[in-house]
Design a protein around this ligand. Structure first.
Ligand code: BTN
Length: 244
């Protein structure tokens, strides 16, 4: 991964560029990385704050020969790779909030956005967008983000090498992608669960169609969150914001 790198000083969104490159047939492993995004995108039509020189804003193109239903698993695989890279490079121990938030002390340090180009039975490309708050100081975050976001610098008290972290993430992702293609999701599911913050806890899942309260009991082999309500009924959550 990362054999072909598109480095940009400033861009609207690395995700947008990666989508274009994928449409044009770029090779698997193509990486788009920017110093700044002026219109960074988050999940569910949110924006992603991406100031210059302080974070990692990147999008990776994968082309697994798989049906589109497998795509959500890639968010979880990427989350495992990023958590382990943060552990290794920074000596910090973040956790994962399903599906894609990487948190430290309850604040978000990384978001992952997985998007798909596919027809009904085959993936053309998966675009994995990773945004990591690396060297921002606390005061650098806009007021409205200060209580929900943090950076590796704020947590560690030392500046972190962004290049070193990117390299480590790509190596981990490559390894886990290989394991996934050889042996399926099961080994990665175990790893993901070992970092999960929400499992076993009472949560509220805010979905498009309403909210479901209950205990997060696990994830399925597809990466779907399982929530058990007060009546013992299990709900499959495909997409939601989780309140813990
Ligand atoms: C989220 O938690 O809502 C996902 C945030 C994903 C942000 C990254 S930064 C690199 C890539 N380009 C974007 O515009 N978004 C993703």
């Amino acid at each position: 991964l990362g054999q072909s790198i598109h480095y940009l000083e400033s861009t609207e969104s690395t995700q947008k560029i990666a989508h274009q490159l994928a449409m044009e047939g770029c090779p698997e492993g193509t990486l788009v990385i920017a110093e700044e995004q002026v219109n960074g995108r988050g999940r569910l039509t949110r924006t992603w704050y991406s100031p210059k020189y302080t974070g990692i804003w990147m999008s990776l193109v994968l082309r697994p020969k798989l049906p589109p239903i497998m795509a959500p698993q890639f968010t979880l695989i990427a989350a495992v790779a990023v958590v382990q890279a943060i552990e290794e490079v920074c000596g910090l121990y973040p956790g994962i909030k399903w599906p894609n938030d990487i948190l430290m002390g309850g604040r978000k340090v990384t978001g992952i956005l997985t998007e798909l180009q596919a027809d009904s039975d085959r993936i053309n490309a998966i675009i994995i967008g990773i945004g990591i708050n690396v060297n921002q100081e606390k005061e650098d975050f806009p007021e409205e983000l200060r209580h929900i976001a943090t950076s590796l610098f704020v947590e560690k008290g030392e500046k972190i090498s962004r290049a070193g972290l990117v390299q480590c993430i790509l190596l981990k992702l490559e390894k886990y992608y290989q394991i996934y293609m050889d042996r399926g999701f099961a080994p990665l599911k175990i790893l993901w669960e070992s970092y999960a913050l929400s499992l076993g806890k009472n949560i509220i899942a805010h979905t498009l169609t309403g909210k479901i309260s209950g205990r997060a009991v696990g994830i399925s082999d597809e990466g779907v969150l399982k929530v058990e309500d007060g009546n013992g009924q299990i709900h499959d959550i495909y997409s939601a914001d989780i309140e813990m």
